[in-house]
Design a protein around this ligand. Structure first.
Ligand code: BJW
Length: 241
């Protein structure tokens, strides 16, 4: 069992208001590669080519082939014990807010409701002309790049670098961070803004800031407590299985 302080267990036992921000490490034990670690999505690929509007405009087929492969890979993955522990915790605590940078849908599959999606959803597509978005879970896609009924190209309904986060999501997440008494930053390298600002907001607002990660990050010096360990092991210990 990872070292968890008596203070943190006491805060949780007293029913303090909790918010959590998750990143790619949350789904690592479900078999979803992270972005920046060894073996991650971008180890052999360029971020500029795959996750920017410019990269998509330059080569939509290449970008869609990468997303199609990720959709295939992730649709074979299941929530892990960490996702399940958060979902159960959320059911018992109506004030709990779960914020994720992940686009894999595994929190919802685990049973978490009302998850704040900061970076979109891998299983939604958006029309590049009309701006409308809809669910599309077909794997593989029958056509690359896929097209809307209007004839225009579709794009993944995710947030690329240089794009603004979905309307309302960042506002809701900031409010949840501000109101939290305990804030958990789980499995994120804490380098991508504005998501990386949320733990800072929580801390400034007086929350007890906890980081759960397999290694230290730029956030670690600000955290009141760093729990080093895999999220799928730490969360059931922390929140109860
Ligand atoms: C485990 C584990 C286990 C492993 N258990 N832990 C300076 C220069 C240039 C740009 C900027 C700048 N400052 C700010 C910006 C803007 C930019 C940004 O932040 N860039 C920085 C990288 C420098 N941000 C944006 O552009 C954002 N928009 C924005 O700011 O709009 C306003 C604006 C617009 C125009 C101009 C200016 C401002 C948008 C960011 C969108 C990010 N999108 C992506 C792709 C989503 C779609 C997809 O999935 O394809 O989101 S990038 C990628 O990074 C993805 C992730 O959600 C995000 C965060 O990654 P995450 O989750 O932290 O993963 P990793 O891999 O980095 O880390 C995993 C962690 O898990 C590690 O720490 C491991 O140790 C750990 N771990 N196993 C626990 N088992």
């Amino acid at each position: 069992m990872a070292a968890i302080s008596a203070r943190l267990l006491d805060l949780l036992a007293r029913g303090r208001r909790v918010a959590a921000l998750t990143g790619a490490g949350m789904s690592a034990e479900s078999g979803v590669p992270t972005f920046r670690s060894a073996g991650g999505f971008w180890e052999n690929e360029s971020l500029e080519d795959l996750a920017t509007p410019r990269g998509f405009a330059r080569d939509p087929r290449r970008v869609w082939a990468w997303y199609d492969e990720r959709r295939r890979q992730i649709s074979a993955c299941a929530p892990n014990a960490g996702h399940l522990a958060l979902a159960r915790f959320g059911r018992d605590r109506p004030g709990f807010r779960l914020i994720t940078q992940n686009v894999d849908g595994l929190h919802a599959s685990a049973g978490s409701a009302g998850v704040i999606l900061l970076h979109g959803d891998l299983f939604r597509v958006r029309c590049t002309k009309e701006g409308t978005s809809r669910e599309d879970r077909r794997v593989p896609l029958p056509e690359i790049p896929p097209r809307c009924a209007c004839g225009a190209m579709l794009r993944p309904d995710v947030v690329w670098f240089g794009e603004v986060l979905p309307e309302g999501a960042m506002r809701e997440a900031t409010e949840a961070a501000r109101r939290s008494e305990v804030f958990l930053s789980i499995g994120t390298s804490a380098v991508v803004y504005p998501a990386a600002a949320l733990p800072e907001v929580a801390k400034r607002s007086g929350a007890y800031l906890v980081e759960i990660n397999v290694e230290e990050t730029p956030l670690s010096p600000l955290a009141d407590e760093v729990i080093l360990g895999p999220a799928a092991q730490v969360l059931p210990d922390l929140l109860g299985t």
